[in-house]
Design a protein around this ligand. Structure first.
Ligand code: ZN
Length: 172
């Protein structure tokens, strides 16, 4: 297992539509394991393969309570097949450091995906899990949470993020 480098906005890999996973081999298992380790180390509750520079439809999540048992979930080729309700919670992203904003999402989702053996599965998610699934699946389509903000808020984000980048460069 090893930690992977997380790519930050505006890295072009984050804007690409990721390709489906077609080979369920040891390499895929290794990548999913490394992504989970990278996510836990960050720490974060979700990570999509494009965030580590790999444009494939693979996400990992764990939205379990911080002091509870870990519940790692790996979803290959995930798609949302049903949605219900609305919510608007504050989100952040490991690829957009130090920026948080409320994003409109569905409150509950049904997600179809394959596991690491290629077996098709479905899960119903709500609360933080539902938000996380929507956020991570967006990554596979080249969409960041800041793309879902109003044009006004997106403009504010760009200005603020520019300052965050400059400050980080000064620290290096
Ligand atoms: Zn993200």
């Amino acid at each position: 297992m090893s930690l992977l480098k997380i790519h930050h906005y505006p890295d072009p890999v984050l804007k690409q539509k990721a390709a489906p996973v077609t080979t369920f081999d040891v390499g895929l298992r290794q990548l999913a394991g490394d992504m989970l380790e990278t996510m836990y180390a960050a720490p974060g509750v979700g990570l999509a393969a494009p965030q580590v520079g790999i444009s494939r439809r693979l996400i990992v999540l764990d939205c379990s309570a911080k002091d509870g048992e870990r519940q790692p979930l790996v979803a290959v080729n995930p798609e949302i097949v049903a949605r219900e309700g609305e919510c608007c919670e504050e989100e952040g992203c490991l690829s957009v450091p130090e920026y948080y904003a409320r994003v409109p999402r569905s409150e509950a989702v049904r997600v179809r995906f394959q596991d690491l053996d290629g077996v098709s599965r479905e899960i119903e998610a709500n609360g933080l899990w539902a938000i996380c699934f929507q956020h991570e699946i967006d990554h596979l389509d080249g969409i960041l949470f800041v793309d879902r903000l109003s044009p006004l808020k997106r403009g504010m984000f760009r200005k603020k993020y520019q300052k965050i980048i400059e400050q980080r460069q000064e620290q290096l």
